[in-house]
Write a protein that binds this ligand. Sequence first.
Ligand code: AMP
Ligand code: MG
Length: 349
Amino acid sequence: MEKILNLLNIANTAIPKEKKLITTSLAKATWYLKKGDPVAIPTETVYGLAANIYNENAVKKIFEIKKRPAFNPLIVHVASIDSMEEVAENIPPIAYTLAEKFWPGPLTLILEKKSTILDCITAGKKTVAVRMPNHKMTLELIKRVGFPLAAPSANPFGSISPTSAQHVANYFKKELNVVLDGGECEKGIESTIVGFENGKVILYRLGVISKEMIESVVGEVELLNVDENQPKAPGMLHKHYAPKTKMIMSEQPLKRANEMLGSKIGLLIFGNENLPDSRYIAKNLSENGDVFEAAKNLYAHMHQLDEMGLELIIAQKFPDSGIGKSINDRLSRACWSEMNYTSTNIFSE
Ligand code: AMP
Ligand code: MG
């Protein structure tokens, strides 16, 4: 039935003429989404790989394209606060308070799902993740297609998230027909994920909206223990967002690099006190020491270092509070070695 409706919907729309994979054509993106093909979309966090939440086949294609295990639920993207009620029920008042404060924006809410929400989106859970992204093009797209979009990040599972249309095209040239180009992502790291359990607010994943920012609205919140063997959110897997090149974290990256002379090392640094030695390739996330700028540049700089054929990337550890804590979270998941390879992090292989 759904398929027939979808076909009727696009039957009177001509096949889009635009042939290029990277495009700004909302008409082309709309056509493919209605047809049931996933489309890459821009958001302020990272690029997403989106499909109609009511089309099971389309949603399943996302998992195939990403090689994402079925136990990893997807985030549903809506175009208004009211649309929360299309996908969730028994919404606690505090969820509305948070949505009013931070939406459109990089905050995902975990809510009780409506029965209309497909199990493949929620990985069989009774909860659904919902967010209203702060990107004009994508909000317009959601309104045009007339259904919310299920979308995880548009990268192969476990690898560095994409923050430009080109990053997505580099990953999925063959698999996709449309990468909707909305420029570089303004925030640059994945959304903060918040849930509600027994009247308490729980932080499942750190993001540009820091723990402190959430607490300023709702009082003290609990950060879920990230060492759990059964992570509630895949963003909490020990190895995630990872480059192909081995990466380690250090408070003094240059000193650490000097101890390893002879190796082909890249430095991922921050602020101006850490001026790079000319022997090393260095990428500075923010010379002014601006954590927002650093978050925005994080994945693009990691992508660049990863293409340079290095033996090792040494990333500078950030001051561990606010957004610095969220960046450290992503950096530590991007670091991997045989030494810290435990049973927990094989989840993201
Ligand atoms: P990604 O956009 O690739 O980071 O993936 C979406 C994120 O949302 C993953 O980390 C999911 O675990 C998280 N997520 C989606 N639905 C739920 C849910 N019902 N409970 C907890 N986390 C969720
Ligand atoms: Mg992801």
